[in-house]
Ligand binder design. Structure first.
Ligand SMILES: Nc1nc2c(ncn2[C@@H]2O[C@H](COP(=O)(O)OP(=O)(O)O)[C@@H](O)[C@H]2O)c(=O)[nH]1
Ligand SMILES: Nc1ncnc2c1ncn2[C@@H]1O[C@H](COP(=O)(O)OP(=O)(O)O)[C@@H](O)[C@H]1O
Length: 204
């Protein structure tokens, strides 16, 4: 029987580069993880496609999904809901494939409570001033919102020791390489408890 896949959770403060690093990981042909497409109530940005970038939902539809227990986790972020569809995650793991979530910090905490056997990776900025630079350069928020995100980021960074690994996003390629190595190492570590190795010892 195929072993269950690994649930990989990448989280970190807004503006640290989660989306950028995730896209870089999935643009590499040798990446074997499955990306879990999230549900959101935010409006699609130009070029975004329903079912590719997100599953775009109304507030009513999203609240019905919460009621029906269809979300592994969800959070409200800057006035919109974001959540992870539980059925997709469960099924993909059962099939033996790794699932990759790129989610904000509140959601990552919920996943850790429900699914502690996941692999939790915190993407950290090189410094707070560099985090602020990235938020300013991205240009998607007003100054007030950037200040709010910086205050939240300080609290999030205080919680980073709850994660299994911290990866500094200094350069995108470095962060991508470290994340992929961590996943590989985690697989090797978990081999220890796999039944096929235990069986091998009994037979020989
Ligand atoms: N909790 C949670 N957060 C999510 C989910 N999907 C995306 N996010 C996070 O929601 C935040 C906002 O995402 P988005 O609106 O695409 O804007 P971005 O800031 O440009 O990435 C980011 O921090 C994402 O990591 C999800 O399913 N659950
Ligand atoms: N390693 C990096 N070095 C410099 N800029 C980066 C790096 N990673 C991401 N960025 C930039 O920082 C901004 C925020 O990145 P983004 O992926 O939107 O963050 P998040 O998804 O965590 O909110 C973007 O303008 C992005 O191009």
């Amino acid at each position: 029987m195929k072993e269950k896949g690994l649930l990989i959770v990448l989280s970190g403060p807004s503006g640290v580069g989660k989306g950028t690093v995730r896209k870089a990981i999935f643009s590499q042909e040798d990446t074997k993880f499955e990306y879990s497409i999230s549900m959101t109530t935010r409006h699609p940005r130009e070029g975004e496609v329903d079912g590719v970038d997100y599953f775009f939902k109304t507030r009513e539809e999203f609240e019905a999904l919460i009621e029906q227990g269809k979300l592994l986790e969800y959070a409200e972020f800057v006035g919109n809901y974001y959540g992870t569809p539980v059925d997709y995650v469960r099924q993909t793991l059962e099939e033996g494939n790794d699932v990759f979530l790129e989610i904000e910090v509140q959601g990552a905490q919920q996943v850790r409570d429900k699914f502690p056997e996941g692999l939790f990776i915190f993407l950290a900025p090189p410094s707070l001033s560099e985090l602020q630079n990235r938020l300013v350069t991205r240009g998607t928020e007003t100054d007030d919102l950037i200040q709010g995100r910086m205050n939240t980021a300080r609290k999030e960074i205080e919680m980073m020791n709850l994660y299994d690994y911290i990866v500094e996003n200094d350069q995108i390629e470095h962060a991508v390489g470290k994340i992929k190595s961590i996943v590989q190492a985690e697989h090797c570590k978990r081999e220890r408890v796999q039944q096929r190795y235990l069986n091998m010892l009994e037979v020989e």
